[in-house]
Design a protein around this ligand. Structure first.
Ligand code: SF4
Length: 112
C-alpha cells in the first residue's frame, strides 16, 4: 500500500530540494543505497502521520502524487502504465480514453 512497506518512494534532486523547504531532509531520507528513498519507520514512510495523512503533502514526491500508477519503460517505444493492485482507494468505473490520455501525459512528464 502507498506510504507503507514494501512500496518505497525514490526521489530525484528536484524532489529533495522541494522537501528541504518543509522538512529536515537528513531526518526523512534514506541515502544508504545508490538511489535516494524516503526513510521508513515501523514499515511506513517517516512522513506518514498517525492520522494516516502525509506530513509533507504539499511537497510530496512525484511517485506519491502519481500513486497507484507508475510508468514502466523497458523500451522507449512502448512504455507501460502499471497500477498497484494493492491500492484500496482505487474504486469506481474503468478509466475512459481522455482520462487515460491525461494520465499517460502526466506520468511521461514526471518521468523526464
Ligand atoms: S511522502 Fe507522504 S505521500 Fe509520500 S510515502 Fe511519505 S507519507 Fe506517503
Amino acid at each position: 500500500m502507498c506510504c507503507r512497506n514494501p512500496y518505497r518512494v525514490d526521489l530525484g534532486e528536484d524532489e529533495v530540494n522541494r522537501l528541504a523547504g518543509e522538512v529536515d531532509v537528513a531526518e526523512v531520507l534514506d541515502e544508504r543505497t545508490s538511489i535516494v528513498l524516503m526513510r521508513q519507520v515501523d514499515d511506513a514512510c517517516v512522513l506518514l502521520g498517525h492520522d494516516l495523512r502525509c506530513n509533507a503533502y504539499q511537497v510530496r514526491p512525484i511517485g506519491c502524487r502519481n500513486y497507484p500508477f507508475r510508468l514502466e519503460v523497458e523500451d522507449e517505444e512502448t512504455p507501460r502504465i502499471v497500477r498497484d493492485l494493492a491500492c484500496p482507494g482505487f474504486v469506481g468505473p474503468p478509466m475512459d480514453e481522455s482520462a487515460y490520455t491525461m494520465l499517460v501525459e502526466q506520468l511521461t512528464r514526471s518521468a523526464r
